[in-house]
Write a protein that binds this ligand. Structure first.
Ligand SMILES: CSC[C@@H](O)[C@@H](O)C(=O)COP(=O)(O)O
Length: 366
């Protein structure tokens, strides 16, 4: 994606700067576009834990580079395995992280230690290229859905889309998942407007999705998380489209907390609810998302405090709850497949069912 006309990916390597890894510090957006230089696997792990880098596909790609950085220190078998385990443990819900680390280990175990660093950078680079290509393909398939809706809109009225959290290019290596079709629709001149859930507690929608859409010129309106049901009741949402952190082989969808409530409201109002994902987000080993997907419990301080920019222009955090009130912070929920209209993958769209997914990915045995 372009920032002020310059194309960027969300992660890149600087060979001339010690093969360091570069990302945008997402905790500084939308107020400041800061590039973060990562030189060790500990720095990568810390960036993932603090959500300076976030979004299921991007976490996987950056963790892959984290393993490459670890191998620069020690390319032996024992160190490789323990650093891989350390990186895989940084966040529990998004399956792309585990997928990427597994893929790296499968590629690197047969390689002699002295050749592992080069092999690791090459494999991580392939993971990035594939993620960008998959998301672009998701964009093309999802675009068809928006084109269909646009055909039936009265002239001059936009197709109204609603999204939750941030599943744009900054959450992936490029393009995004849920936002890729929206970018393509806008780019080909379709009249689209996006309702952006603010996405408490971390406000990925208000901070990141709104920033992405605004930078790309896509008309959008930020709403409180609780507004979506009301808008659907009043015919102001034509399509809900979200990303996901893990999809079971049966089509259950883990995504940012609050997604399930949007799906319930969509069902009640006959609004189509679509989920966009690269195949790296499918967990073929899991059948029941509600009981089997681990849900990350994050710090209570993300609930008791909100981050923002003060009137003095300085980024700050303010407390919004009384001293002593307890807070709980489950970061994801699971939307059962029965509430999902369909899945948009790099190989096309399918129903959120095991048969649907297997029809697109017949090579999967799990
Ligand atoms: C494209 S990832 C799926 C998103 O909708 C969302 O759940 C996400 O970005 C992950 O959450 P985060 O906790 O911000 O890393």
């Amino acid at each position: 994606m372009k920032i002020n006309g310059t194309p960027y990916r969300s992660v890149w390597v600087n060979e001339k700067d010690g093969w360091s890894i570069h990302i945008f510090d997402q905790t500084r957006l939308p107020f400041s576009l800061d590039i973060l230089r990562l030189t060790t696997q500990q720095e990568v792990a810390q960036a993932i834990i603090t959500m300076q880098v976030r979004g299921a596909p991007l976490i996987g790609a950056v963790a892959a580079y984290g393993l490459a950085l670890a191998l620069r220190q020690d390319a032996g078998d024992a160190a490789m395995e323990s650093n891989a385990a350390m990186l895989a443990a940084t966040r529990p819900t998004a399956v792309n992280l585990h997928w990427a680390i597994d893929r790296m280990l499968k590629a690197l175990r047969p390689v002699a230690p002295q050749e592992r660093v080069a092999a690791a950078y090459a494999e991580a680079g392939r993971i990035c290229d594939e993620d960008a290509a998959q998301n672009e393909a998701i964009g093309r398939h999802g675009l068809e859905l928006i084109r269909e809706l646009a055909k039936n809109r009265p002239a001059g009225t936009p197709v109204n889309l609603l999204t939750h959290c941030n599943a744009g290019w900054i959450a992936t290596v490029d393009w995004g998942t849920a936002l890729a079709p929206i970018y393509m629709a806008h780019d080909e001149g379709l009249n689209v407007h996006v309702w952006v859930d603010e996405t408490r507690p971390r406000n990925q929608g208000a901070a990141l999705t709104a920033w992405e859409l605004g930078s790309h010129g896509v008309p959008h309106t930020v709403i409180a998380d609780n507004a979506g049901g009301h808008l659907m009741q009043h015919g102001q949402v034509d399509l809900v489209i979200v990303g996901t952190d893990r999809v079971t082989r049966t089509g259950d969808v883990a995504n940012k907390i609050g997604t399930y409530l949007k799906a319930l409201a969509a069902q009640d109002n006959a609004v189509p609810f679509w989920v966009a994902l690269p195949s790296t987000t499918i967990d073929w080993s899991v059948a029941n998302g509600v009981t089997e997907i681990p849900i990350e419990e994050r710090s209570a301080s993300e609930i008791t405090h909100v981050a923002g920019r003060g009137e003095d222009g300085v980024q700050t955090r303010v407390q919004i709850t009384p001293d002593g009130s307890r807070a709980a912070n489950p970061a994801f929920d699971v939307t059962p497949a029965r509430l999902v209209t369909g899945l948009i993958t790099e190989r096309g769209c399918c129903p959120a069912t095991e048969a649907g997914l297997r029809s697109l990915f017949p090579e999967q045995q799990g």
